[in-house]
Design a protein around this ligand. Structure first.
Ligand code: ADP
Ligand code: ZN
Ligand code: ZN
Length: 765
């Protein structure tokens, strides 16, 4: 915690102020006579800075520096500090641990509306929105409907993929058509076009879901242990998929609020994808819950923040940044799906919400519950070391069983399919995409009126295009990554920078007309499914269909209402969904993430496959899982099949010892990027040498530097990228080196060169 030096009795009163600038320093201001009362740490103050007025955060009183003329604080903005002591403490920890400037860190903890000197009132905006009128027609009906209207078909498919609603302009742009096409569709009665006040808080209008009335003995035992935890105690709630972790959270919250009069924070990976879970909290606690989500306007965010600050609402539910909810007397911090990489912020300050949650909870005297069916290795190890108490829910709630999992070796499947093929038949695109068992299983579900989930973790139509003659693959001119083929609308798209270009008719290299599409994407699988099962109602959920703010929720609501037979999607569909009528989960290609050059590749694959498998068989009808792979022997897949978390963790932990990776060492990924290739490489080499000299000079033998080398994706958005890793088994040393590097390394002011330190990275690409 902060120690305030006693202000000198003689000189002017002074305070230390953090300003939101990318500098590793704070500023001292004089407090004028008019401000009679002491300014509490954590309060916002208005100060002059570089000919402007800025909002800064008072860190506390300091002794006046000698012989310096100070500028004065102009006003104190807060009656009560915007950042209570526990948050100020958390902010200091984040800035220190992740080598980020304190001022920027503190600013990122507050709603935007509180951090700008002149806030303008948020205005009401209207927007033209297109709604689908008819229910989903099957592929057959659609063929007839749009036989003579190709563009309308494109719009229709897009709209459907967006969950039935999309803003007029964005739909028109995506479909690459004129406004006339949309109005013609409205005339045909296919869609409705309305001017609408932009929807503000969709959660305000949703009814919550009542929780199950009777916790099981297992659940009660977990609740009791958590409530008996000492201040600052961390719990790992390891409950298999469908074990009812949400009810454990709810019962803990109830006791914390009602018996102890305390408050609570609940973190979920992404609000839009976890609306079901959020509905359950609202069902149990109604308006006591403030849902903090990215769809809130600045004004609404401020309202939510204020209601928490005043104690009018006592539970903050939200993604990452809900950790900074201005609650006092926090009794519990819950991190649901704690293994999710979305808890890591990808820009400064690059904090991990799980780790920061533990720091805040300690400062509050609260307990922490980290829940997951597939815990991160970090958390698992923390429990092994005795720094977290492991609680296990080994069984599914209400007598449901974990679904049996079948693995299909697609190499064998492919051989058989080729052998059985009629040599005169035209080339069949679907060959090697769906195994016979998956097709049979899907068919059965359609006949029985049950639902299926299909996972393919790659969006677009095909992974890339390649010339059959010369082997050329079109790549993004701004990134070192191949362009993905998209069919609606038809173009090649870069998934890193959104660059797009028309599909070349001929090979740009050798001019032969042998460009072929390679590798599967969700768009293509969607189309194959539609052709194979023309009567099926298919919905797709990936980045392309969820650009609208509430598109995710709309798609999931349709699944819940039984309006979708097959939901196809990327990893988005693996997060916490609980639909009892889903009796089949298929993984089209389990290998998409396995071969990435990242030490977490196996862990991510294991988590993804286990989590999506866990969506099956949650109701009385049971369920099945079919996993298609070309690497059935990989330990990630083997253990996912048997729902064997312990087996996976132990094998994977073994692999993380030599060479050492987290959780056995702390690592920081130091990234050097710039517009010039040679200058970036030169800077990477000299920065690495600079750090080596620092390590030697200070005798920090426990800090090891690996690299430098070009990043696996060595150019993104025109910036060349190099990196090196720092590893250390002593976190304190890592903090010292990382901070020293971030603060002191002299980055040349050319070619937009940049150095960033990413401590505890979740991706090394
Ligand atoms: P998890 O998050 O652990 O995967 P959920 O919290 O989604 O599991 O719960 C799975 C399902 O079991 C939900 O539909 C939930 O309503 C139900 N459930 C949980 N606990 C109970 C219980 N004690 N009695 C009856 N149903 C329960
Ligand atoms: Zn070619
Ligand atoms: Zn690009």
């Amino acid at each position: 915690m902060t120690h305030l030096p006693t202000p000198s009795a003689h000189g002017p009163r002074c305070i230390e102020v953090a300003l939101a600038v990318p500098l590793f320093r704070t500023f001292t201001y004089a407090v004028p006579e008019e401000i009679a009362v002491p300014i509490a740490p954590g309060s916002r103050v208005l100060v002059p800075f570089r000919h402007r007025q800025e909002i800064g955060i008072c860190l506390g009183a300091v002794a006046p520096p000698d012989g310096v003329v100070l500028k004065s604080v102009q006003a104190v903005v807060d009656d009560v500090p915007s950042l209570p002591a526990s948050l100020l403490h958390t902010g200091r920890w984040i800035a220190d641990w992740y080598a980020a400037p304190l001022g920027l860190t503190l600013r990122s903890m507050l709603p935007t509306a509180l951090t700008v000197a002149t806030a303008s009132a948020p205005s009401v905006k209207t927007q033209r929105v297109v709604h689908l009128v008819t229910d989903l027609p099957s592929l057959l009906q659609r063929e007839q409907l749009f036989a003579r209207a190709k563009q309308q078909r494109v719009v229709y498919d897009l709209l459907e993929a967006h969950g039935g609603t999309a803003p007029f302009e964005s739909l028109r742009v995506q479909a690459n058509c004129s406004a006339g096409v949309l109005t013609a569709m409205a005339k045909r009665g296919l869609v409705e076009i309305r001017d609408e006040v932009q929807q503000r808080d969709p959660f305000a209008g949703r009814t919550g879901t009542a929780p199950p009335p009777h916790p099981s003995a297992q659940q009660q035992e977990a609740v009791r242990t958590i409530l008996a935890g000492e201040a600052g105690q961390v719990f790992l709630l390891h409950g298999v998929t469908g074990s009812g972790k949400t009810l454990v959270y709810i019962e803990v919250l109830r006791a914390v609020l009602e018996q102890r009069g305390q408050t609570a924070i609940v973190l979920v990976p992404e609000i839009a994808l976890t609306s079901q879970t959020v509905d359950r909290f609202r069902g149990a606690f109604g308006d006591d819950v403030a849902v903090l989500h990215s769809g809130l306007s600045d004004g609404e965010r401020l309202d939510a923040w204020r209601s928490l600050r005043r104690g009018e609402r006592r539970i903050a539910v939200g993604a990452r940044s809900a950790l900074f909810a201005p609650l006092e007397r926090v009794g519990v911090v819950i991190v649901d799906e704690e293994h999710e990489s979305s808890y890591k912020q990808s820009e400064t300050p690059r904090y991990h919400a799980r780790e920061a949650a533990i720091v805040r909870a300690r400062a509050e005297g609260a307990v922490v519950v980290l829940g997951s069916a597939t815990p991160s290795l970090e958390t698992w190890e923390r429990a092994d070391r005795g720094q977290a108490i492991r609680l296990t829910l080994p069984d599914r709630a209400a007598g449901a069983q974990l679904p049996p999992v079948t693995v299909v070796d697609m190499r064998v499947e492919m051989k058989q399919a080729i052998a059985a093929r009629n040599p005169n038949a035209p080339y069949d695109e679907t060959l090697g995409v769906f195994s016979t068992s998956l097709l049979v299983a899907l068919e059965q579900r359609l006949v029985r009126g049950e639902q299926s989930l299909l996972l393919l973790n790659r969006r677009g139509y095909s992974a890339f295009m390649q010339c059959n003659a010369c082997g050329d693959v079109p790549v993004c001119p701004h990134c070192s990554i191949s362009l993905t083929y998209h069919r609606i609308p038809e173009m090649l798209v870069c998934h890193y920078c959104q660059f797009h270009q028309p599909v070349p008719a001929q090979c740009p290299q050798c001019a032969s007309d042998t460009m072929r599409r390679r590798g599967l994407g969700t768009q293509q699988v969607e189309r194959m499914l539609a052709e194979r099962f023309p009567e099926a109602r298919i919905a797709r959920m990936d980045v392309d269909t969820t650009s609208g703010k509430w598109a995710h929720t709309q798609i999931l609501d349709r699944v819940a209402r039984g309006e979708v037979d097959i939901l196809l999607g990327t990893q988005m569909i693996a997060k916490g969904l609980d639909f009892p009528n889903v009796t089949l989960v298929g993984v089209v290609d389990a290998d998409t993430g396995l071969n990435l050059p990242d030490f977490r590749a196996a862990e991510r694959t294991f988590q993804l496959v286990s989590q999506v498998a866990g969506r099956a068989g949650r109701g009385p009808k049971g369920g099945d899982v079919i996993i298609q792979t070309r690497m059935p022997g990989s330990h990630a897949i083997q253990h996912a099949i048997t729902h064997n978390v312990t087996g996976f963790v132990h094998e994977e932990l073994g692999a993380r010892r030599m060479p050492a990776y987290p959780p056995f060492v702390s690592i920081a990924n130091v990234m050097i990027s710039g517009l010039d290739q040679a200058a970036t490489a030169t800077m990477a080499l000299s920065a690495a040498e600079w750090v080596q000299r620092l390590i030697h000079r200070q005798g920090l033998r426990d800090v090891v530097l690996v690299g430098p080398a070009p990043c696996p994706i060595d150019r993104i958005k025109d910036r060349w990228r190099w990196h090196f890793l720092l590893k250390s088994s002593q976190p304190k040393l890592m903090t010292r080196v990382a901070r020293y590097l971030a603060e002191r390394y002299p980055v040349p002011a050319v070619h937009e060169l940049r150095l960033t330190v990413d401590r505890d990275p979740v991706s090394l690409l």
